[in-house]
Design a protein around this ligand. Structure first.
Ligand SMILES: [Zn+2]
Ligand SMILES: [Zn+2]
Length: 88
């Protein structure tokens, strides 16, 4: 049974189509061939990710959004407190 033999040397198979992989997904580290890799915008350069990861929202963008929403919510709270204090 050749399929059960462990591969010694050579690239591991692509996790999508099973052909020899050329790199790993930047997010889940699944092996990918050039045809199955999807390019998504990264922080400084495009990242090659698997199709499953490409369909998901960018974590860096979500982190940035939370980073922006945090101080905005704090500011809103402070303004609200000031309005309440000035009214009293
Ligand atoms: Zn592939
Ligand atoms: Zn992936």
């Amino acid at each position: 049974m050749p399929g059960l033999q462990p591969v010694s040397g050579g690239p591991p198979p692509c996790s999508v189509c099973g052909r020899p992989a050329q790199g790993q997904c930047a997010r889940c580290h699944a092996w990918l061939c050039a045809d199955c890799a999807r390019l998504v915008p990264g922080l400084s350069r495009p990242l090659a990710v698997c199709p499953a990861c490409a369909a998901q929202p960018v974590p860096a963008g979500r982190r940035l959004l939370r980073w922006l929403l945090g101080p905005a919510a704090m500011l809103l709270l402070v303004v609200l407190l000031l309005v309440l204090l000035l009214r009293a």
